[in-house]
Ligand binder design. Structure first.
Ligand code: SF4
Ligand code: FES
Length: 249
């Protein structure tokens, strides 16, 4: 099939950007969106032109690097699915697709579709970890965790750090990402010791990095490829409230 691609081109962070239009011929419906970009890039390189820069690594829905805004939706039209899992069979012959980078103050554009998501790394470093020694793999079974609690923790641990929640949010809020980290770790006995410090530091860091506040629109949940629920944000708010009250004593 034939696809018309309107794609954002930007030579560098301080350069002006523009939309460029390309016709991609012989697109196989089984190709992923990224493979379609590979085909276009090979053509561009054969013509001596600059290929389109885009982020990717695993192409298996695991690493979280492939986020692209497709027709105004983070990761494209399919629910709970990252860009690398979007197949061209989701489109019809002759369709026009608009591809842009994730847009947020905290995710500056580096080049074309590539954004700098190191603000997520700094958020993670501000408290999204457990610093006590939790032992080796066999020790994981030494502290029994009720099944329901383990399931809540694991559902939130599914976050792949892609940033679609930020890109989909009108406020560019990182509340779903931080909520997932806070929920995952504060549910588990190994993470409880640092839970207050964690939530206070991570919420402060969100503001410092330029992410907006959550206004409960739930676009983040709709865009999240890992299916993280907005209940994670409610959990983060409860954790924050408790930590703030205890910090005042
Ligand atoms: S919460 Fe979902 S959308 Fe946000 S970074 Fe994690 S996986 Fe991506
Ligand atoms: S390339 Fe790793 S999640 Fe898409």
């Amino acid at each position: 099939m034939r696809i018309k691609l309107k794609v954002w081109r930007q030579a560098g962070p301080d350069q002006p950007g523009r939309l460029e239009t390309h016709e991609v011929e012989d697109v196989n419906p089984d190709m992923s969106f990224l493979e379609m970009l590979d085909v276009l890039n090979e053509k561009l390189m054969l013509e001596g032109k600059e290929p389109i820069a885009f982020d990717h690594d695993c192409r298996e829905g695991i690493c979280g690097t492939c986020g692209v805004m497709i027709d105004g939706q983070a990761h494209g039209p399919n629910r709970n699915s990252p860009t690398c899992q979007l197949r061209m069979r989701s489109y019809k012959d002759g369709d026009t697709i608009l591809a842009e980078p994730f847009r947020a103050k905290a995710f500056p554009v580096l080049k074309d579709l590539v954004v700098d998501r190191s603000s997520f790394d700094r958020l993670q470093q501000s408290g999204g970890y457990v610093s006590v020694n939790t032992g080796n793999a066999p020790d994981a079974n030494a502290i029994p965790v009720p099944q329901k609690i383990a399931e809540h923790a694991m559902s939130n641990a599914a976050c792949i750090g892609c940033g679609a929640c930020v890109a989909a949010c009108k406020n560019a809020s990182a509340a779903l990402f931080v909520g997932a980290k806070v929920s995952h770790l504060s549910f588990l006995p190994q993470g409880k010791g640092e839970r207050h410090e964690r939530v206070l530091n991570m919420v402060a860091k969100m503001d410092e990095e330029g992410f907006g506040a959550c206004t409960n629109t739930s676009e983040c949940q709709a865009a999240c490829p890992a299916g993280i629920s907005v209940q994670a944000i409610a959990k983060m708010n409860r954790e924050y409230m408790a930590a703030s009250l205890l910090a005042e004593e």
